[in-house]
Ligand binder design. Structure first.
Ligand code: HOC
Length: 364
């Protein structure tokens, strides 16, 4: 009999059992040595907590505002590609779970359900992820549809000028379905005789010449706020501010792009300091526990986004699995806040965590 998961990590084994190897490997894998894949999680573990006691924690309030949208907790759904590879209901199931948990889903540009299907499936607040294609008209058409359909922000992913080398996908000769969002707009090879078809597709489609100055083009075709996802340095955070974006997502693309890029939690503060509180900073990568969410908030994030655990929940149990993943993280965060003396998110401060560097310095 399948185990009933009591934490988010336990969904991974259920997903492995449920999925064809090619798809499980696609979701679970990272780039090359998978150093950053492990490091995203390990870096959270090296941060310890500094709890305060004898505070009234009889009521805990986790709710927050993201770009003006109220959600139940600072835990959002990251954009991840092709949910129908995990479950027949695909992104519609994920969106329904987001609505039930009262959180925000960022729909992937590479979704297997269309932007229209997801929009009509539920009343979740939805953001839309964006890649800039060489065919700018394709990107512009998707922006236009998303805006008309009530998506509330664009999440421009900037860490994929080319696809990272995901060796499992190359070995498995990863194939992917045709994406319905692009029907009538564009067709590109999603199959390849040698290696990963996704890599071939990405290299055929993505505009690797897109630069900071080109964000002006994106702003000229939309009224939606733009978040830039994939920033890992203070220098680029300043560029993002100068480009006039509405927020930053600190991300290394789930360690699927540049291996040996830093764990996201290890560079969060650098990015937060560079933005001087002018725009919200969110983070994804390696979040598996409520304590991870707490640590990210203590280091200055406004919210976290969760990618692989959502996919594993979807693969294991469909909409209910995604909901269970989000609710488990919320339960853990609520307990962490209570045990740390923080009845509201505002009570979580820098003083509630100790980084590895601080621990080492205090030993000198
Ligand atoms: C346009 C091609 O985010 C992943 C996804 C999809 C990236 C492909 C981009 O697999 O990391």
């Amino acid at each position: 009999m399948a185990i009933e998961p009591v934490n988010v990590m336990e969904f991974q084994q259920l997903a492995r059992e449920a999925l064809p190897k090619m798809y499980y490997d696609f979701y679970a894998g990272g780039a090359e040595d998978e150093f950053s894949l492990k490091e995203n999680m390990e870096a959270f573990r090296r941060i310890t907590l500094r709890p305060r006691v004898l505070v009234d924690v009889s009521r805990i309030n986790m709710s927050t505002n993201i770009l003006g949208y109220r959600i139940s907790a600072p835990i959002m759904i990251a954009p991840t590609a092709m949910h129908k590879l995990a479950h027949p209901q695909g992104e519609v199931a994920t969106a329904k779970a987001a609505a039930a948990s009262n959180t925000i889903m960022v729909l992937s540009f590479m979704s297997t359900c269309t932007v229209e299907e997801v929009a009509s499936s539920c009343n979740a607040v939805r953001f839309f992820q964006l890649y800039v294609y060489k065919r700018r008209d394709v990107t512009a058409a998707l922006v236009d549809r998303a805006e008309r359909l009530g998506y509330k922000a664009l999440v421009l992913t900037v860490d994929v000028p080319r696809l990272g080398r995901r060796e499992a996908d190359i070995r498995n000769k990863m194939v992917a379905p045709q994406l319905k969002n692009f029907d009538g707009l564009f067709s590109a090879e999603l199959e390849s005789d040698s290696g990963s078809a996704l890599e071939a597709y990405a290299n055929q489609t993505l505009d690797a010449s897109f630069q900071w100055k080109d964000i002006a083009w994106l702003k000229s075709i939309t009224n939606l706020p733009i978040l830039v996802k994939g920033v890992l340095t203070g220098e680029d955070a300043i560029k993002a501010l100068e480009a006039g974006v509405s927020g930053i997502v600190v991300s290394n693309h789930g360690a699927r792009q540049l291996d040996y890029s830093p764990a996201t939690i290890s560079v969060l503060e650098e990015v937060v300091h560079a933005t001087k509180g002018k725009i919200p900073v969110l983070i994804d990568g390696g979040v598996r526990r409520g304590t991870d969410v707490f640590k990210a908030l203590a280091l200055g994030a406004q919210a976290v986004l969760v990618g692989r655990p959502v996919i594993f929940g979807l693969a294991a149990k469909g909409e209910a699995g995604v909901r269970q993943v989000i609710e488990t993280l919320k339960t853990e965060l609520e307990l962490t806040m209570a045990l740390s003396g923080c009845p509201t998110l505002k009570d979580i401060t820098r003083k509630h965590v100790k980084t590895e560097k601080e621990r080492l310095l205090s030993m000198l």
